[in-house]
Design a protein around this ligand. Structure first.
Ligand code: PEP
Ligand code: MN
Length: 337
C-alpha cells in the first residue's frame, strides 16, 4: 500500500505513519517527492491495516500498489532515479555511455581502450575480470589482476569502472575496485547475489536474463532495492527467441515500457543484443531514439584477437562513428550524449 501524505504534512505526522506501518507488521519506505511525501507500506497486507492508516493525521489517501514489484514501481516513486558514479550519470538528460572490452586481457589493452573511449565521449569503462562463460574451457577472466588493471585505467582516465560480480562471496573483493557492480544476465535471478549487491553500497547495473519476462526483471531489481540500495540501473541486453541470425533478439520496446512502469534508468547493450559488430551501431541509435538513458558497448583494439566476444566488438574507429551518429539521434530526441 502507499500512504499518500497531504501536501505540507509535518515530519511528526510522517514519523507517526512510519511507526504505525511498522506496528502493523509492514516495512516502511519513505519517499520525499517534489510535491508531497509518500510512505510505502510493504509486505503481506493485514485486515484493517488500510483503515488504520487512513485515520492517521496528515494522510490524504491510502492506495494499493498494483504492480508485483513495489519499490521499483512508478506507483511508489514518480520522480526518475538518477544513478551516478564518478563521471558517469545515467537517468538524466544526457545519455551515459559505458564502453570497453568484453574482458580485461592485458594492461596495454585496457589502458589503450580506456583512453580511447574517454576521448570519444564515454564516461564509464566496462571490462570483465570475472567472466561468466558458457564453456568452462573458455577464457575465464584475469580475476583480481583484471580488477587491478581496471583501477589503474580509472586512475589514468577518471572513467567509472563497471565490472561484473558473479557470486555473493566475490562482492567484497569486486567492491574494492569497482564503481558500479554489474550483475550479468545469467545471474539475474541469483537471489543471494542480488541481496549482496543490495547491501554493498555501490550502484548496480542489472542485466536482463535472456529468458526473463519484464516482471521477473523488475522483481530482481526489487531485491536490490529492498536490501537498501536505490542506485539501480536496468540493462536490456537481448532475449532468447527462435531467431538465430542474431545472437539474441534485442527488444527495444522494453525501453518505453520500463519508463512507464519504473523510475529506474534503462541502459541498452546492443553488443550482446545482436552479437554482430556490423549491427551494433544501428541498434545503438535505435536505443537512443527509443529513449534509452545509457548505452553499454563492447570495443576492442583488435577484435579478431579478442579472448571473448570479438565478433561483436567494435574497432576504435567504428566506436567513434557510433558516438557521432548517436549524438545526432540524441539531439533529435532532446537528449545529449
Ligand atoms: C558482459 O557484459 O560481458 C556479459 C557477460 O553480458 P551478459 O551478462 O549480458 O551476457
Ligand atoms: Mn561480452
Amino acid at each position: 500500500m502507499i500512504v499518500v501524505m497531504k501536501p505540507g504534512a509535518t515530519q511528526k505526522q510522517i514519523d507517526h505513519i512510519v511507526e504505525l506501518v511498522e506496528q502493523l507488521g509492514l516495512r516502511s519506505h519513505v519517499i520525499v517527492g517534489t510535491e508531497r511525501t509518500v510512505v510505502a507500506a510493504l509486505g503481506e497486507k493485514r485486515d484493517g491495516a488500510k483503515q488504520a492508516l487512513e485515520l492517521g493525521e496528515g494522510v490524504e489517501k491510502v492506495v494499493p500498489i498494483l504492480a508485483p514489484y513495489k519499490m521499483a514501481s512508478t506507483e511508489v516513486k514518480k520522480d526518475r532515479t538518477v544513478v551516478s558514479a564518478r563521471k558517469l550519470t545515467i537517468g538524466g538528460r544526457a545519455v551515459g555511455v559505458i564502453a570497453g572490452p568484453c574482458s580485461v586481457e592485458s594492461r596495454s589493452q585496457i589502458l589503450e581502450i580506456a583512453h580511447f573511449v574517454r576521448e570519444a565521449g564515454a564516461s564509464g569503462l566496462r571490462g570483465g575480470a570475472f567472466k561468466p562463460r558458457t564453456s568452462p574451457y573458455s577464457f575465464q577472466g584475469l580475476k583480481e589482476k583484471g580488477l587491478e588493471l581496471l583501477a589503474e585505467a580509472r586512475a589514468e582516465t577518471g572513467l567509472a569502472v563497471v565490472t561484473e560480480v558473479m557470486s555473493p562471496e566475490q562482492v567484497p573483493l569486486v567492491s574494492r575496485y569497482a564503481d558500479v557492480l554489474q550483475v550479468g544476465a545469467r545471474n539475474m535471478q541469483n537471489y543471494p547475489l542480488l541481496e549482496a549487491v543490495g547491501e554493498a553500497g555501490l550502484p548496480v547495473l542489472l542485466k536482463r536474463g535472456p529468458s526473463a519476462t519484464i516482471d521477473e526483471f523488475l522483481l530482481a531489481a526489487e531485491y536490490i532495492l529492498k536490501a537498501g540500495n536505490t542506485q539501480v540501473m536496468l540493462c536490456e541486453r537481448g532475449i532468447r527467441t527462435f531467431e538465430d541470425h542474431t545472437r539474441f533478439t534485442l527488444p527495444l520496446a522494453t525501453v518505453p515500457y520500463l519508463h512507464a512502469h519504473t523510475h529506474l534508468p534503462v541502459v541498452v547493450d546492443p553488443s550482446h543484443g545482436t552479437g554482430k559488430a556490423a549491427l551494433v551501431s544501428a541498434m545503438a541509435r535505435a536505443a537512443v531514439a527509443a529513449g534509452a538513458d545509457g548505452l553499454m558497448i563492447e570495443v576492442h583494439p583488435d577484435p579478431e584477437k579478442a579472448l571473448s566476444d570479438g565478433y561483436q566488438a567494435l574497432t576504435e574507429p567504428a566506436f567513434k562513428e557510433l558516438m557521432a551518429s548517436c549524438r545526432r539521434v540524441a539531439a533529435a530526441v532532446d537528449r545529449s550524449l
